[in-house]
Design a protein around this ligand. Structure first.
Ligand SMILES: [Cu+2]
Length: 380
Protein backbone atom coordinates (compact mmCIF):
# COMPACT_ATOMS: atom_id res chain seq x y z
CA UNK A 1 0.00 0.00 0.00
CA UNK A 2 1.60 3.23 -1.15
CA UNK A 3 -0.60 5.71 0.70
CA UNK A 4 -2.77 5.22 3.66
CA UNK A 5 -6.26 5.78 2.36
CA UNK A 6 -7.99 8.18 4.70
CA UNK A 7 -11.38 7.49 3.09
CA UNK A 8 -11.08 3.87 4.13
CA UNK A 9 -10.44 4.92 7.72
CA UNK A 10 -13.65 7.01 7.66
CA UNK A 11 -15.65 3.96 6.56
CA UNK A 12 -13.98 1.89 9.29
CA UNK A 13 -14.81 4.49 11.93
CA UNK A 14 -18.46 4.74 10.82
CA UNK A 15 -18.88 0.94 10.90
CA UNK A 16 -17.18 0.76 14.30
CA UNK A 17 -19.37 3.61 15.64
CA UNK A 18 -22.54 1.94 14.44
CA UNK A 19 -21.57 -1.45 15.82
CA UNK A 20 -20.42 -0.24 19.21
CA UNK A 21 -23.40 2.05 19.76
CA UNK A 22 -25.82 -0.67 18.69
CA UNK A 23 -24.27 -3.24 21.03
CA UNK A 24 -24.22 -0.75 23.92
CA UNK A 25 -27.84 0.14 23.15
CA UNK A 26 -28.75 -3.55 23.25
CA UNK A 27 -27.00 -3.91 26.59
CA UNK A 28 -28.84 -0.88 28.06
CA UNK A 29 -32.19 -2.25 26.87
CA UNK A 30 -31.48 -5.68 28.32
CA UNK A 31 -30.38 -4.14 31.60
CA UNK A 32 -33.42 -1.90 31.87
CA UNK A 33 -35.62 -4.95 31.80
CA UNK A 34 -33.79 -6.21 34.86
CA UNK A 35 -33.98 -3.63 37.64
CA UNK A 36 -31.48 -5.34 39.91
CA UNK A 37 -28.60 -4.75 37.49
CA UNK A 38 -26.85 -1.41 37.91
CA UNK A 39 -26.10 0.85 34.95
CA UNK A 40 -22.38 1.01 35.84
CA UNK A 41 -21.49 -1.72 33.35
CA UNK A 42 -23.23 0.04 30.47
CA UNK A 43 -21.55 3.36 31.37
CA UNK A 44 -18.16 1.65 31.24
CA UNK A 45 -19.08 0.13 27.87
CA UNK A 46 -19.86 3.59 26.48
CA UNK A 47 -16.57 4.91 27.84
CA UNK A 48 -14.58 2.08 26.23
CA UNK A 49 -16.43 2.59 22.93
CA UNK A 50 -15.71 6.34 23.04
CA UNK A 51 -12.00 5.83 23.78
CA UNK A 52 -11.75 3.23 20.99
CA UNK A 53 -13.36 5.58 18.44
CA UNK A 54 -11.02 8.38 19.50
CA UNK A 55 -7.99 6.10 19.16
CA UNK A 56 -9.02 4.98 15.67
CA UNK A 57 -9.43 8.62 14.66
CA UNK A 58 -6.02 9.60 16.05
CA UNK A 59 -4.24 6.63 14.40
CA UNK A 60 -6.02 7.40 11.10
CA UNK A 61 -4.94 11.04 11.25
CA UNK A 62 -1.32 10.15 12.09
CA UNK A 63 -1.15 7.86 9.02
CA UNK A 64 -2.83 10.53 6.89
CA UNK A 65 -0.26 13.13 7.95
CA UNK A 66 2.62 10.68 7.32
CA UNK A 67 1.30 9.89 3.84
CA UNK A 68 0.96 13.62 3.05
CA UNK A 69 4.55 14.19 4.26
CA UNK A 70 5.58 11.42 1.91
CA UNK A 71 3.77 13.15 -0.97
CA UNK A 72 5.59 16.44 -0.27
CA UNK A 73 8.98 14.69 -0.08
CA UNK A 74 8.09 12.54 -3.06
CA UNK A 75 9.24 9.52 -1.03
CA UNK A 76 6.88 7.47 1.15
CA UNK A 77 7.60 7.79 4.89
CA UNK A 78 6.20 4.33 5.66
CA UNK A 79 7.27 1.42 3.45
CA UNK A 80 4.16 -0.76 3.76
CA UNK A 81 5.49 -3.38 1.37
CA UNK A 82 8.52 -3.97 3.56
CA UNK A 83 6.48 -3.96 6.79
CA UNK A 84 4.09 -6.55 5.33
CA UNK A 85 7.01 -8.73 4.17
CA UNK A 86 8.77 -8.65 7.54
CA UNK A 87 5.51 -9.29 9.37
CA UNK A 88 4.96 -12.39 7.18
CA UNK A 89 8.29 -13.85 8.34
CA UNK A 90 7.60 -12.92 11.98
CA UNK A 91 4.19 -14.58 11.67
CA UNK A 92 5.73 -17.70 10.09
CA UNK A 93 8.39 -18.16 12.77
CA UNK A 94 6.03 -17.32 15.65
CA UNK A 95 3.27 -19.53 14.20
CA UNK A 96 5.48 -22.57 13.67
CA UNK A 97 7.07 -22.04 17.08
CA UNK A 98 3.66 -21.81 18.75
CA UNK A 99 2.45 -24.93 16.89
CA UNK A 100 5.51 -26.90 18.02
CA UNK A 101 5.06 -25.72 21.60
CA UNK A 102 1.36 -26.58 21.50
CA UNK A 103 2.13 -30.15 20.37
CA UNK A 104 4.88 -30.62 22.96
CA UNK A 105 2.86 -29.15 25.85
CA UNK A 106 -0.55 -30.64 25.17
CA UNK A 107 0.41 -34.03 23.74
CA UNK A 108 1.51 -34.94 27.29
CA UNK A 109 -2.09 -34.50 28.44
CA UNK A 110 -3.75 -36.75 25.86
CA UNK A 111 -4.86 -40.36 26.27
CA UNK A 112 -2.17 -41.39 23.76
CA UNK A 113 0.27 -41.38 26.68
CA UNK A 114 -1.71 -44.04 28.52
CA UNK A 115 -1.53 -47.75 27.67
CA UNK A 116 -4.04 -48.88 25.05
CA UNK A 117 -7.12 -50.03 26.98
CA UNK A 118 -9.17 -51.75 24.27
CA UNK A 119 -8.45 -54.35 21.60
CA UNK A 120 -8.86 -51.89 18.73
CA UNK A 121 -6.89 -49.02 20.35
CA UNK A 122 -3.59 -49.77 18.60
CA UNK A 123 -5.11 -49.91 15.14
CA UNK A 124 -7.06 -46.73 15.77
CA UNK A 125 -4.04 -44.85 17.19
CA UNK A 126 -1.91 -46.02 14.30
CA UNK A 127 -4.40 -44.66 11.78
CA UNK A 128 -4.71 -41.39 13.69
CA UNK A 129 -0.93 -40.93 13.80
CA UNK A 130 -0.50 -41.63 10.06
CA UNK A 131 -3.14 -39.00 9.25
CA UNK A 132 -1.61 -36.54 11.72
CA UNK A 133 1.92 -36.97 10.32
CA UNK A 134 0.80 -36.71 6.67
CA UNK A 135 -1.34 -33.60 7.20
CA UNK A 136 1.34 -32.18 9.53
CA UNK A 137 4.01 -32.41 6.81
CA UNK A 138 1.70 -30.74 4.27
CA UNK A 139 0.78 -28.07 6.83
CA UNK A 140 4.41 -27.14 7.56
CA UNK A 141 5.46 -27.10 3.88
CA UNK A 142 2.49 -24.99 2.73
CA UNK A 143 2.88 -22.48 5.59
CA UNK A 144 6.60 -22.02 4.85
CA UNK A 145 5.94 -21.54 1.12
CA UNK A 146 3.03 -19.16 1.70
CA UNK A 147 4.88 -16.78 4.01
CA UNK A 148 8.30 -17.13 2.37
CA UNK A 149 6.91 -16.12 -1.04
CA UNK A 150 5.01 -13.22 0.58
CA UNK A 151 8.40 -12.04 1.81
CA UNK A 152 10.39 -12.85 -1.32
CA UNK A 153 8.02 -11.13 -3.74
CA UNK A 154 7.36 -8.03 -1.67
CA UNK A 155 6.67 -4.76 -3.46
CA UNK A 156 9.54 -3.80 -5.75
CA UNK A 157 9.31 -0.96 -8.24
CA UNK A 158 11.86 -2.57 -10.55
CA UNK A 159 9.90 -5.82 -10.84
CA UNK A 160 6.85 -6.44 -12.97
CA UNK A 161 4.33 -9.15 -12.09
CA UNK A 162 4.25 -12.14 -14.44
CA UNK A 163 0.89 -12.97 -15.93
CA UNK A 164 0.56 -16.70 -15.28
CA UNK A 165 -3.08 -17.78 -15.62
CA UNK A 166 -2.83 -21.58 -15.46
CA UNK A 167 -0.58 -24.61 -15.63
CA UNK A 168 -2.27 -27.91 -16.40
CA UNK A 169 0.63 -30.05 -15.25
CA UNK A 170 0.76 -28.32 -11.86
CA UNK A 171 -3.01 -28.58 -11.40
CA UNK A 172 -2.96 -32.28 -12.28
CA UNK A 173 -0.21 -32.90 -9.72
CA UNK A 174 -1.99 -31.10 -6.89
CA UNK A 175 -5.27 -32.80 -7.72
CA UNK A 176 -4.13 -36.38 -8.25
CA UNK A 177 -1.66 -36.74 -5.35
CA UNK A 178 -4.09 -35.57 -2.61
CA UNK A 179 -6.84 -37.68 -4.21
CA UNK A 180 -4.72 -40.84 -4.05
CA UNK A 181 -3.51 -40.16 -0.50
CA UNK A 182 -7.02 -39.34 0.75
CA UNK A 183 -8.49 -42.43 -0.95
CA UNK A 184 -5.99 -44.67 0.85
CA UNK A 185 -6.69 -42.95 4.18
CA UNK A 186 -10.47 -43.08 3.79
CA UNK A 187 -10.62 -46.70 2.59
CA UNK A 188 -8.33 -47.85 5.40
CA UNK A 189 -10.44 -45.83 7.85
CA UNK A 190 -13.61 -47.50 6.58
CA UNK A 191 -12.13 -50.98 7.02
CA UNK A 192 -10.96 -50.17 10.56
CA UNK A 193 -14.32 -48.54 11.39
CA UNK A 194 -16.34 -51.51 10.14
CA UNK A 195 -14.11 -53.85 12.09
CA UNK A 196 -14.45 -51.76 15.24
CA UNK A 197 -18.20 -51.32 15.15
CA UNK A 198 -19.39 -54.71 13.88
CA UNK A 199 -21.10 -57.16 16.19
CA UNK A 200 -18.59 -59.76 17.36
CA UNK A 201 -21.17 -62.52 17.40
CA UNK A 202 -23.32 -64.27 19.97
CA UNK A 203 -20.62 -64.32 22.62
CA UNK A 204 -20.54 -60.53 22.75
CA UNK A 205 -22.34 -59.16 25.78
CA UNK A 206 -25.21 -56.80 25.01
CA UNK A 207 -25.27 -53.62 27.10
CA UNK A 208 -27.42 -50.57 26.53
CA UNK A 209 -26.20 -47.06 27.31
CA UNK A 210 -29.05 -44.66 27.84
CA UNK A 211 -28.29 -40.92 27.73
CA UNK A 212 -30.46 -38.10 28.96
CA UNK A 213 -30.02 -34.54 30.19
CA UNK A 214 -27.71 -34.87 32.12
CA UNK A 215 -26.65 -38.40 33.04
CA UNK A 216 -26.19 -41.95 31.78
CA UNK A 217 -27.71 -45.29 32.68
CA UNK A 218 -26.40 -48.69 31.71
CA UNK A 219 -28.76 -51.60 31.09
CA UNK A 220 -27.40 -55.15 31.18
CA UNK A 221 -29.16 -57.80 29.21
CA UNK A 222 -29.03 -60.37 32.02
CA UNK A 223 -28.90 -64.13 31.76
CA UNK A 224 -30.50 -64.35 28.32
CA UNK A 225 -27.97 -61.82 26.91
CA UNK A 226 -30.88 -60.13 25.13
CA UNK A 227 -32.07 -56.62 25.91
CA UNK A 228 -35.79 -56.46 26.54
CA UNK A 229 -38.07 -54.26 24.49
CA UNK A 230 -38.72 -50.65 25.45
CA UNK A 231 -41.46 -48.20 24.67
CA UNK A 232 -41.06 -44.45 24.99
CA UNK A 233 -44.67 -44.16 26.20
CA UNK A 234 -43.69 -46.07 29.34
CA UNK A 235 -40.94 -43.62 30.31
CA UNK A 236 -41.82 -42.15 33.70
CA UNK A 237 -40.46 -41.39 37.15
CA UNK A 238 -40.27 -45.06 38.15
CA UNK A 239 -39.44 -46.50 34.73
CA UNK A 240 -36.84 -43.97 33.54
CA UNK A 241 -35.74 -46.07 30.53
CA UNK A 242 -39.23 -47.08 29.41
CA UNK A 243 -38.32 -50.79 29.56
CA UNK A 244 -41.38 -52.99 29.25
CA UNK A 245 -40.60 -55.49 32.02
CA UNK A 246 -43.53 -57.70 31.07
CA UNK A 247 -42.18 -58.27 27.57
CA UNK A 248 -39.84 -61.04 26.51
CA UNK A 249 -36.15 -60.80 27.60
CA UNK A 250 -36.80 -57.72 29.81
CA UNK A 251 -37.37 -59.34 33.22
CA UNK A 252 -33.71 -60.17 33.86
CA UNK A 253 -32.39 -56.81 32.60
CA UNK A 254 -30.38 -54.83 35.14
CA UNK A 255 -30.26 -51.02 35.17
CA UNK A 256 -27.31 -49.29 36.85
CA UNK A 257 -25.82 -45.83 37.28
CA UNK A 258 -22.22 -47.08 37.18
CA UNK A 259 -20.89 -49.16 34.33
CA UNK A 260 -18.96 -52.32 35.12
CA UNK A 261 -17.56 -54.43 32.32
CA UNK A 262 -15.51 -57.63 32.33
CA UNK A 263 -11.99 -57.53 30.92
CA UNK A 264 -11.17 -59.37 27.67
CA UNK A 265 -14.80 -59.83 26.77
CA UNK A 266 -16.42 -58.57 23.57
CA UNK A 267 -19.07 -56.01 24.39
CA UNK A 268 -21.82 -54.91 22.07
CA UNK A 269 -23.07 -51.49 23.12
CA UNK A 270 -26.51 -50.20 22.14
CA UNK A 271 -26.95 -46.45 22.53
CA UNK A 272 -30.25 -44.71 23.09
CA UNK A 273 -31.18 -41.12 23.96
CA UNK A 274 -34.22 -39.85 25.80
CA UNK A 275 -34.15 -36.21 24.73
CA UNK A 276 -31.48 -34.57 22.56
CA UNK A 277 -28.39 -35.73 20.66
CA UNK A 278 -25.63 -36.83 23.04
CA UNK A 279 -22.35 -38.49 22.21
CA UNK A 280 -21.01 -41.40 24.23
CA UNK A 281 -17.28 -40.83 24.54
CA UNK A 282 -14.89 -43.27 26.24
CA UNK A 283 -11.49 -41.80 25.39
CA UNK A 284 -9.37 -44.56 27.01
CA UNK A 285 -11.06 -47.20 24.87
CA UNK A 286 -11.11 -45.02 21.71
CA UNK A 287 -14.87 -45.26 21.53
CA UNK A 288 -17.23 -42.50 20.51
CA UNK A 289 -20.75 -42.88 19.18
CA UNK A 290 -23.57 -40.41 18.72
CA UNK A 291 -26.62 -41.09 20.87
CA UNK A 292 -29.64 -39.94 18.90
CA UNK A 293 -33.31 -39.86 19.96
CA UNK A 294 -35.30 -42.33 17.87
CA UNK A 295 -32.22 -43.78 16.18
CA UNK A 296 -30.51 -46.60 18.08
CA UNK A 297 -26.74 -46.69 17.36
CA UNK A 298 -24.26 -49.45 18.13
CA UNK A 299 -20.59 -50.01 18.83
CA UNK A 300 -18.54 -53.00 19.85
CA UNK A 301 -15.30 -53.09 21.76
CA UNK A 302 -13.23 -55.26 24.04
CA UNK A 303 -11.52 -53.79 27.15
CA UNK A 304 -8.08 -55.34 27.65
CA UNK A 305 -6.91 -53.76 30.91
CA UNK A 306 -8.82 -53.77 34.19
CA UNK A 307 -9.15 -50.57 36.20
CA UNK A 308 -6.67 -51.97 38.75
CA UNK A 309 -4.13 -52.90 36.06
CA UNK A 310 -4.43 -49.40 34.58
CA UNK A 311 -3.97 -47.86 38.04
CA UNK A 312 -0.78 -49.89 38.50
CA UNK A 313 0.53 -49.11 35.00
CA UNK A 314 -0.09 -45.38 35.28
CA UNK A 315 1.02 -45.29 38.92
CA UNK A 316 -2.16 -43.39 39.67
CA UNK A 317 -4.31 -45.03 42.38
CA UNK A 318 -7.15 -42.64 41.59
CA UNK A 319 -7.39 -43.51 37.89
CA UNK A 320 -10.89 -44.26 36.59
CA UNK A 321 -12.18 -44.97 33.11
CA UNK A 322 -14.99 -42.58 32.18
CA UNK A 323 -17.94 -42.28 29.88
CA UNK A 324 -18.45 -38.64 28.93
CA UNK A 325 -20.93 -36.81 26.75
CA UNK A 326 -19.06 -35.25 23.84
CA UNK A 327 -21.89 -33.21 22.41
CA UNK A 328 -22.90 -29.91 23.96
CA UNK A 329 -26.39 -31.00 24.91
CA UNK A 330 -27.57 -28.35 27.39
CA UNK A 331 -26.64 -26.27 30.41
CA UNK A 332 -25.29 -29.13 32.56
CA UNK A 333 -23.66 -31.04 29.68
CA UNK A 334 -20.28 -30.82 31.44
CA UNK A 335 -21.37 -33.11 34.27
CA UNK A 336 -22.88 -35.82 32.06
CA UNK A 337 -20.34 -38.40 33.14
CA UNK A 338 -20.35 -42.01 34.31
CA UNK A 339 -17.53 -44.05 35.83
CA UNK A 340 -16.60 -47.23 33.98
CA UNK A 341 -15.04 -50.00 36.04
CA UNK A 342 -13.25 -52.76 34.15
CA UNK A 343 -13.36 -55.83 36.41
CA UNK A 344 -11.94 -59.31 36.20
CA UNK A 345 -14.51 -61.90 35.18
CA UNK A 346 -15.16 -62.98 38.78
CA UNK A 347 -15.42 -59.43 40.10
CA UNK A 348 -17.85 -58.51 37.35
CA UNK A 349 -20.13 -61.49 37.91
CA UNK A 350 -20.15 -60.80 41.64
CA UNK A 351 -21.04 -57.15 41.05
CA UNK A 352 -23.78 -57.93 38.54
CA UNK A 353 -25.36 -60.53 40.79
CA UNK A 354 -25.61 -57.91 43.53
CA UNK A 355 -27.65 -55.61 41.25
CA UNK A 356 -31.40 -56.13 41.29
CA UNK A 357 -33.03 -57.22 38.04
CA UNK A 358 -36.23 -55.58 36.76
CA UNK A 359 -38.38 -58.42 38.12
CA UNK A 360 -37.87 -60.89 40.95
CA UNK A 361 -38.03 -63.71 38.41
CA UNK A 362 -35.26 -62.07 36.42
CA UNK A 363 -33.11 -61.81 39.55
CA UNK A 364 -33.41 -65.59 40.08
CA UNK A 365 -32.35 -66.23 36.48
CA UNK A 366 -29.33 -63.91 36.80
CA UNK A 367 -28.14 -65.55 40.01
CA UNK A 368 -27.44 -68.83 38.28
CA UNK A 369 -25.89 -67.19 35.25
CA UNK A 370 -22.28 -67.03 34.11
CA UNK A 371 -21.44 -64.88 31.11
CA UNK A 372 -18.41 -66.94 30.29
CA UNK A 373 -20.13 -70.25 29.91
CA UNK A 374 -22.71 -69.74 27.19
CA UNK A 375 -23.79 -73.36 27.55
CA UNK A 376 -24.42 -72.77 31.23
CA UNK A 377 -27.12 -70.15 30.65
CA UNK A 378 -29.49 -70.51 33.53
CA UNK A 379 -33.13 -71.01 32.96
CA UNK A 380 -34.87 -73.22 35.44
CU1 LIG B 1 -25.15 -34.99 26.55
Amino acid sequence: MKHFNFKASYVFVIVFLLFSSLSSFAQVVSEETNETVSTTASNINWLIAGIAILLVFIIGMVFDILSKVGDVQNKPVINWGRINAVMAIVFLVAGLGATTWEFMAHSKLTVFNLPAASAHSDEYDNMFMITLVLTGIVFVITQILLFWYTYKYKENKNRKALYYPDNHKLELIWTIIPTLVLTVLVVRGLIVWNNMTSNKGENAMNIELYGYQFAWNARYSGADNKLGKYDFRQIGVVNALGVDSLKEFAGDDVITTEMHVPVNKDLYLHFRSKDVIHSAYMPHFRVQMNVVPGLPTKFSFKPILTTNEMRAKTDNPKFDYVLLCNKICGSAHYRMKMTIVVDTQEEFEKWLKAQPALTAKGTEANKAFSFFKPSGLASK
